[in-house]
Design a protein around this ligand. Structure first.
Ligand SMILES: Cc1cc2nc3c(=O)[nH]c(=O)nc-3n(C[C@H](O)[C@H](O)[C@H](O)COP(=O)(O)O)c2cc1C
Length: 206
């Protein structure tokens, strides 16, 4: 009798599980370990170009800048200066003059990573500043995403006209070369994440 009971219970469990709707196998953040959280953030980052207009707190801005400055740089030169724009009028002006920057779309602020030409390496190594600033920019984008904010890298350097335009708009001297403009804010859109993994772009040397 006991055996039959156990058998019935087991069958009931199987039937119940078969009837359950297909469960989403993505984990909730609380169930993830550190590695999974970091990889998930990298895989789900997406460019956000529309914002609610909500301001960022000083703490949020500092967190973004700390993430940016944690980036690697050649010989650890850290040849950068980050210009933080919170002035609404200036953001609007930048967006109207340079629509590609998305600053017209109500970001809470814009951060402009600039290469500081007085801090670069010499000779052929000078242009490593572009790599250094790119690493900082990606760190900042990932931090924004991890904080529930949206952001997008909008290109300035190496377009000479854009560099000049941004230097003029921000009153920068020519030693500061803006790599890009990153509007950051509370997302007003949720763009789909693009699937980019492509075996064809890999070559193994074993
Ligand atoms: C060097 C560079 C320049 C970019 N310039 C612009 C830009 O001027 N305006 C813009 O809206 N997005 C710009 N983007 C964002 C790309 O369009 C975006 O990263 C790409 O479409 C992939 O989409 P994802 O970031 O959502 O994965 C730029 C990205 C990079 C890396």
């Amino acid at each position: 009798m006991k055996r039959l009971w156990i058998c019935l219970m087991a069958m009931a469990a199987v039937i119940t599980s078969c009837n359950k709707p297909q469960e989403d196998d993505s984990k909730q953040p609380a169930e993830m370990n550190k590695t999974e959280i970091v990889l998930e953030a990298i895989q789900t980052r997406v460019s956000v170009r529309e914002f609610t207009g909500e301001k960022l707190t000083d703490e949020q801005i500092e967190q973004l800048l700390r993430a940016a400055m944690a980036a690697p740089s050649a010989l650890n030169k850290q040849p950068w200066q980050f210009v933080v724009i919170t002035n609404e009028e200036l953001l609007k002006k930048i967006g109207e003059q340079m629509p590609n920057t998305r600053c017209q779309n109500k970001p809470g602020c814009a951060i402009v990573p600039c290469g500081d030409m007085t801090k670069t390496l010499d000779g052929q190594a000078r242009d490593f500043w572009v790599n250094d600033l790119s690493a900082a920019t990606e760190n900042l984008l990932l931090a924004a995403h991890a904080m529930g904010l949206g952001a997008v890298w909008t290109g300035v350097h190496p377009n000479k006209d854009r560099v000049k335009e941004v230097q003029e708009l921000l009153g920068l001297d020519e030693n500061l070369v803006p790599l890009c403009i990153i509007p950051v804010g509370v997302p007003a859109e949720q763009p789909e994440v693009k699937q980019k993994f492509n075996e064809e772009n890999i070559r193994y040397i074993k």
